[in-house]
Design a protein around this ligand. Sequence first.
Ligand SMILES: [Zn+2]
Length: 330
Amino acid sequence: MPDYLEQKRAKNRGELDRIIVEGKHQPIVTKEEFEQVQKLLEDKSSQMEQCRKNRGVYSDDLWRRKLRCQCGHSFGKVKWHTKTDIVTYAYKCYSQNQTGTVSARRKNGLSTEGICPVALVQDWKLNATAQKVLHDIFDDPEGTLKGAAAVLGGGVAGVEQTEVLRDKSIIEERLKKEQGRYETLLDMRMNNEIPKEVFSRKQQEVEQRIRELEQQMAQYRDVKPATEADVNGKLEALQRLMGQFTMPEDGEFTADDIDKYVYGIRVYEDHFEWLMNLNPDARGELDDAGSPVYFKTITVTPDDERAWFKEHPKWSKSNKYVELEARIYI
Ligand SMILES: [Zn+2]
């Protein structure tokens, strides 16, 4: 092995192996230095984790850019099905890469507490829903404008109860309650009102619930109540958008259209939230969505899905037709 300090070769008589036996040799890196580096690496990876969790991903893949899980994480892309001429994909919440999915954990007898329950999302579901959402918005511009005016017309007062913010305040409330419980628990233990074992068990339960609620809060981090200007701006933007829009000739919205008109999609256990971009010239992703206002809910039915597969015969349908609920936000 080369001895870099002496710039001449010395034979390795096992020094390399022995040097790592702690305490026997002068260590190359002190224990303190090693621990410092480990700490730095840990901080770095938790920063990266935080970044991935809250800021989305930069990817060539449309759906990886657009999807965000209810637990706050982005999605990874996994191969779903291979047919001779087409590969289909599904999207999986990143948190499940570390924890495993709920069903996998169940199979292995592991606890599913605090594990993100969101199932894989197959690409065909996203594509079929995208067509229905965009057609719903653009097929009847007058109807859409009327509907939007009804939702936004009351100004701020009218949209204060939008679902996103209502959900946010419900979670905030619960979080406060759990934090209160935690403090009561500490008080009780300090005054010796409950035995240590009971305290530990209760403490773990409350901590778990707080962690879950904090996770849920993460997705609302950037959601602010709509201001008067937001609300007025939305209606104007929608009017402008309807004026500029031309329907694709074959009636099929392309990936580029979806990229333009959709900020992003929040994926929940039992529904999706589609956040529309009313200023498509300025492209944007979920984090640019500002103050989304609930507009309407549409359902993609098994019939819609059958129709979609009929138009895309190459696509392999490898799981069953289900009703998909899409809540549209503007
Ligand atoms: Zn998740």
